[in-house]
Design a protein around this ligand. Structure first.
Ligand code: GNR
Ligand code: NI
Length: 176
């Protein structure tokens, strides 16, 4: 099921998500929905809080930009190490139409539970490394605009306010 993606600023996107106690069928259902929602929106990652679920679950698929990459779901991800530096022009499905440079680590090592509840470790670089940091930020209640200047952030806040007003109007008066 494709779920609705919350648009920033939304109070839920500022909250810290909680660890998953057990990877059961309800978590696997959430993972399926996250993939379906991410692909429907043409994203390379999605975090559960973006669909209003404050649990430590993320999905990633950077294969549009990294042909060797494959889809990965992470429950309770923990970053073990960060190496090097990269500046990447980031977007976010919760901040549509915006992109800004963000400084990140170039290589990330992350430990997580897979959809079977098995512990896994992944060392990522390039867009996947950036996306892991972007998605784990979402679990802490942080979005990429928290890493840019307040001037740029406040301009984006105004544009998101306008976008939300337009969408609310469309919902009230759908085209005939
Ligand atoms: O689809 C997405 N693209 C992207 C591009 C550069 C850096 C990070 C990302 S993640 C983003 C999807 C998203 O909002 N995930 O939370
Ligand atoms: Ni995002």
């Amino acid at each position: 099921m494709v779920r609705e993606i919350l648009i920033w600023p939304d109070p839920v996107l500022k909250k810290k998500a909680s660890p998953v106690a057990k990877v059961d069928d309800s978590i696997r259902g959430l993972i399926d929905d996250l993939f379906e929602t991410m692909y429907a929106a043409d994203g390379v990652g999605l975090a559960a809080p973006q669909v209003g679920v404050l649990k430590n679950v993320i999905v990633l698929d950077t294969s549009p930009r990294q042909p060797e990459a494959r889809p990965v779901a992470m429950v309770n991800p923990v970053i073990l190490s960060l190496e090097g530096a990269i500046t990447y022009s980031e977007g976010c499905l919760s901040i549509p139409g915006e992109a800004e440079d963000v400084d990140r680590a170039a290589i990330v090592t992350v430990e997580y539970l897979d959809a079977d509840g098995q512990s896994q470790t992944l060392r990522a670089e390039g867009l996947l490394a950036v996306a892991v940091q972007h998605e784990t930020d979402h679990l802490k209640g942080t979005v990429f605009v928290d890493h840019i200047s307040s001037l740029k952030r406040e301009l984006i806040r105004k544009r998101m306010k306008r976008l939300k007003a337009e969408r609310a109007e469309q919902r009230e008066a759908p085209p005939a």
